[in-house]
Design a protein around this ligand. Structure first.
Ligand code: ATP
Ligand code: MG
Length: 738
């Protein structure tokens, strides 16, 4: 016990050893919230107050859950398998599988990831003969997910206008389709689990009795439905109400755009009758300069709950800020600095390259590759989302549940079996007539007796072959262990053969083999090693599975994905207006404040060194952007930063010089402007600059803040004094310099 509680400060100790009661820990980055939560679980078990079976803990990612389990296992010499620890989605999945019947689901229900969901929506819209241009599938997806996250079924949607009526109708059709095929999407996991507990008193009482402690990390990022689920599970009004221990930081709330709600903190305080919020004020992660920068930045936000954060660490090195002419130069700067860190003895795995948007990783990856620096990208092209893996999973899903139309459509003609659009249409007609799945239609037409009659026509032969294949796979799989099922499927389906002859198939073959490895490690770790459990794992862990065996590689990820993590050194690139803060944030209420919290998260990941950089021009999504440095750089005190500019070549190699921070010093090259060909009289010959004051007939005066070319047209973004930000086509806007 003593070792468990060693090295903690008095506030941390008090939080960890709190008696059976609900508590809210509100504290800044790096103050030990996650450590307190993990240690409390170990303490509760070790002191004999509860068994692992009595605890449910929610973390933000599966990776975090795994790390916590490892840490707790290291602290305790007992089996902690009974402990429910995972993400909201993971825990809801576990509950729904345990009670699938009560939840109205098939035992082998499958989970749709976001792209599967979109495909499903497209099919539903098509069956309703809806024009995708009028109702873009993504918009429908957004509507459905929002409704579910607000706890609403299609029939409960309040219809006040035509648009909502249409959307509600699509939602209903989609709901029916999912139920028929036995599939659930991500928000459905939560909603259904909530409804199950709400409806089924026996189950609710069972869980009230069972979970004596519920602990939640990153509470600031829970959404409304998650909070309602927690309340229901805790049994607020029952005698056996669980002690709910939540930790969070309002300054790190970065999922408001997905419905997360810091208001939950205030409500929690009220609902669970918290008399005193626990605050942790010592930061154990970052050197003082880094912490000072974070504190100064976040002070620009309003409506904060207010916290102090100090550190006993020394000042450390100043933040390095680099002004690069373009994104390649920015990458070159990063690589030089990484090499210097390496020479100091910093392990590559302790260095993170963070960015606001996934698209930024391409140039970085290219440069790292050329510099032969090993790296690992988190959340980029996700393992389980790769084409070959999705094909393989579709076969497995059909084996588990042949009524899964999504899966069937993906692979009925992959590898090619001569089944074309016409063959498929026939099946779809039969399915519609019979009111069943495509598989049922195929079986009806080509299975059993029909199969033996020996069709000779090509598409028919193809379908018959497919029916035979899936039927025999389903029969075989009953007796085989999971890795064996996958191995057989990969050969029998023809996937291996297909990629074997494909020109760039080597990578794909490697990934398919990696799937067998994933299954091997899954059956070692999981309690339930069935095929459906593995498929659920594949959907839930998308993005967190790591392939290959890079022991010591740089860590590349978005700022969102870096939440909760820490590194010796952090590089944050692309600090440009429009990129970070992201341009989309302008259309959101409080969008800028959310971007600033994201910046706060980014800064506070660093323990010893922090590097900030921006590029004056950058290729993104096929366009050259001309950038202004991010306003966030202005919000960090000059005294904490050391600026450098692009590396200058000198006789003895490379040297650098300090420059004074200069904003708005970009000139749009005339060569770029010339490309539009036709310039209005007025603009011809004018040298436009970022930062230039201009005047417009309608909008009045303002300043150019951004420039880009789109579809061959030059556009500038102007911040008008009266009318705010506007994008204008240079050719037509008739701007005049002032
Ligand atoms: P974030 O808000 O970023 O999630 P956090 O509040 O969860 O941060 P932790 O990750 O738990 O903070 O802790 C930050 C670092 O400080 C970790 O390396 C942790 O081990 C260390 N730490 C926490 N408390 C102490 C302590 N009392 N003594 C020494 N190190 C500590
Ligand atoms: Mg944490």
């Amino acid at each position: 016990m003593s070792s468990l509680l060693a090295d903690l400060n008095p506030q941390q100790l008090a939080a960890i050893t709190l008696p059976h009661q609900s508590a809210l820990v509100l504290a800044g980055a790096g103050s030990g919230k996650t450590r307190v939560l993990t240690t409390r679980i170990a303490y509760l078990i070790q002191s004999g107050q509860v068994s692992p079976y009595d605890i449910l803990a929610v973390t933000f990612t599966n990776k975090a859950a795994k790390e916590m389990l490892t840490r707790i296992s290291a602290m305790l010499p007992i089996n902690i398998r009974g402990l429910w620890m995972g993400t909201f989605h993971g825990l809801c999945n576990r509950m729904l599988r345990a009670h699938h019947q009560a939840a109205g689901l098939l035992p082998a229900f499958q989970i749709l990831d976001s792209s599967d969901q979109l495909a499903m929506i497209k099919r539903v819209l098509k069956s309703l003969t809806v024009d995708e241009k009028e109702f873009p599938p993504r918009q429908v997806q957004w509507f459905i997910n929002n409704a579910k996250e607000a706890g609403l079924r299609a029939k409960n949607i309040e219809v006040n206008d035509n648009m909502t009526r249409q959307m509600a109708a699509f939602y209903l059709a989609y709901e029916q389709r999912c139920n028929k095929e036995g599939v659930v999407d991500f928000p459905e996991l939560l909603l259904r689990s909530y409804e199950l507990l709400n409806r089924n008193e026996t189950l609710r009482i069972h869980y009230h009795d069972r979970f004596k402690h519920i602990l939640v990390d990153e509470f600031q990022d829970t959404n409304r439905l998650q909070y309602k689920w927690l309340k229901l599970l805790a049994g607020m009004d029952s005698e056996t109400c669980a002690a709910v221990f939540v930790v969070g930081d309002d300054d790190q709330s970065i999922y408001a755009f997905r419905g997360a709600n810091t208001g939950n903190m205030v409500e929690f305080e009220h609902d669970f009758k918290i008399s005193k919020i626990i605050k942790l004020e010592q930061n154990y992660r970052s050197q003082a300069t880094i912490l000072d920068a974070a504190n100064a930045l976040i002070q620009n936000n309003s409506g904060r709950l207010g916290k102090n954060l100090w550190t006993a660490e020394g000042k450390g090195a100043p933040l390095r800020v680099h002004n690069a002419p373009n994104d390649f130069d920015e990458a070159a700067f990063i690589i030089d600095e990484i090499k210097a860190l390496q020479a100091e003895g910093v392990a590559l795995s302790q260095i993170a390259l963070l960015y606001r948007s996934n698209a930024q990783s391409r140039v970085l990856e290219h440069s790292l590759f050329s510099a032969a620096l090993p790296y690992r990208v988190y959340g980029g092209m996700r393992f389980f989302e790769r084409q070959e893996i999705k094909h393989a999973l579709a076969y497995l899903r059909l084996i588990a549940n042949p009524d899964d139309d999504n899966a069937l459509l993906r692979i009925i003609n992959f590898p090619a079996r001569g089944i074309g659009a016409r063959g498929l249409e026939q099946l779809q007609t039969i399915a519609r007539e019979q009111g069943g799945s495509l598989w049922a239609a195929a079986l009806h037409k080509y299975g059993g007796e029909a199969m033996l009659s020996g069709e000779s026509e090509k598409p028919k032969k193809g379908v018959a072959e497919f029916v035979r294949l899936i039927t025999s796979m389903r029969q075989d799989c009953a007796a085989l262990p999971l890795p064996q099922i996958i191995k057989q499927m990969l050969t029998q389906s023809g996937l291996m053969g297909h990629y074997h002859i494909e020109r760039e198939g080597a990578d794909r073959l490697e990934n398919l083999n990696e799937l067998i490895n994933a299954a091997l490690s899954f059956i070692h770790e999981a309690e339930d090693d069935s095929l459906s459990a593995f498929l659920a794992h594949a959907s839930l862990e998308a993005g967190e599975h790591q392939t290959g065996s890079i022991q010591d590689g740089l860590q590349l990820m978005t700022v969102h994905a870096a939440k909760g993590l820490e590194f010796h050194s952090v590089f944050l690139s692309g600090l440009e207006e429009g990129l970070f803060p992201h341009e989309n944030s302008r259309n959101e209420v409080n969008g800028l404040e959310e971007e600033r919290r994201l910046m706060y998260v980014a800064i506070t990941r660093a323990r010893h060194r922090l590097y900030l950089s921006f590029a004056q021009t950058r290729m993104l999504h096929g366009q050259t952007r001309y950038n202004v440095p991010s306003r966030f750089l202005n919000e960090i005190p000059e005294s904490l930063m050391r600026w450098s500019q692009s590396v200058q070549k000198t006789k003895d190699g490379y040297s650098e010089f300090n420059i004074k921070k200069r904003l708005f010093d970009l000139t749009i090259p005339n060569s770029e402007l010339g490309k539009t060909g036709v310039m209005s009289q007025q603009t011809q010959g004018v040298q436009w600059r970022i930062g230039q004051a201009v005047s417009h007939n309608k909008f009045g005066t303002g300043k150019i803040v951004n420039y880009e070319r789109q579809d061959g047209n030059a556009r500038v973004q102007v911040n008008f004094d009266r009318s705010g930000m506007k994008w204008l086509l240079l050719e037509y806007a008739k701007l005049t310099p002032v």
